[in-house]
Design a binder for this molecule. Sequence first.
Ligand SMILES: NC(=O)c1ccc[n+]([C@@H]2O[C@H](COP(=O)([O-])OP(=O)(O)OC[C@H]3O[C@@H](n4cnc5c(N)ncnc54)[C@H](OP(=O)(O)O)[C@@H]3O)[C@@H](O)[C@H]2O)c1
Length: 272
Amino acid sequence: MIQADKQTIFITGAASGIGRATAQYFAERDWNVIAADRKPEQDQELAALSNVEQVALDITDLDQIHGVVGDVTGDRHIDVVFNNAGYLLAGPMESFTDQQVLDQVTTNLLGPLRVTQAFIPHFRDRGEGLFINTTSLNALIAAPFMGVYTATKAGLERWSFGLNLELNPFGIRVKTIIPGIVKTNLMSNATLVQGAPYEEHINKFLSALGGPGLLEVASEPEGTAAVVFEAATDGSDRIRYLTDQWAIENVSKTIGLGEEQTQAIGARAMFG
Ligand SMILES: NC(=O)c1ccc[n+]([C@@H]2O[C@H](COP(=O)([O-])OP(=O)(O)OC[C@H]3O[C@@H](n4cnc5c(N)ncnc54)[C@H](OP(=O)(O)O)[C@@H]3O)[C@@H](O)[C@H]2O)c1
């Protein structure tokens, strides 16, 4: 049951990983949580929490976005929208089908844009509100075989900062959180595409991504949730939050460097 005297966060992709952990984290800290995901009925544990309301939302469905946002803003207020839902498309650029590219852009980039657009009037009427958008370390440090994913996350990152300037006069802020590597279902939910000429390279890439090296440095989603909570509650004008040690270490190595040296750091981080 959503209580009027408490702060409320709306979370997309609350079914697993970072979104799920964030829903739990805010609920435990006495926030109202509206947890949006494609199949909310499957998460009985979340449903059992008294301050969590689950709603069905596929962020690629524009009509559903408008219906859900209309419903949740109709009789209550939302303080924070956490645009988190997304997935990874990985493989050689020349092997992707046009539909795979379209699906990636529609989910990872258009989805958050459309959800945000639908909430802006609510925040503007209230004279306050915060959008937190999940981008990725890939938006800052390039990696091979993730170009379309990177394009969506880099686009989301730069769009967020422009929108922040546009909405600040109305008391609305836009922030991004940048995970490096987090133990979630990202890899098992990923669309992985092979391509014969790239086989050796892509296998090396996939074993690096799912292998012991990166798993050792991967952080728990609860750590990311804590950073989302900090972004939601610190009251600061800060706009970008790196969420884990791996992201912080790699970004700190690139400070003051050009793109060529930054690429080399990205390659070393992935492949040793
Ligand atoms: N894990 C990492 O290392 C990492 C690093 C950088 C950035 N990120 C970003 O973090 C965000 C969360 O991912 P995660 O790591 O927590 O992975 P995850 O465990 O796979 O969670 C992704 C969530 O997004 C949902 N989702 C996917 N497509 C959707 C759609 N069309 N409509 C609504 N929900 C949708 C999934 O729902 P279903 O269960 O229905 O598929 C799932 O709940 C993503 O944006 C990802 O790109 C993660």
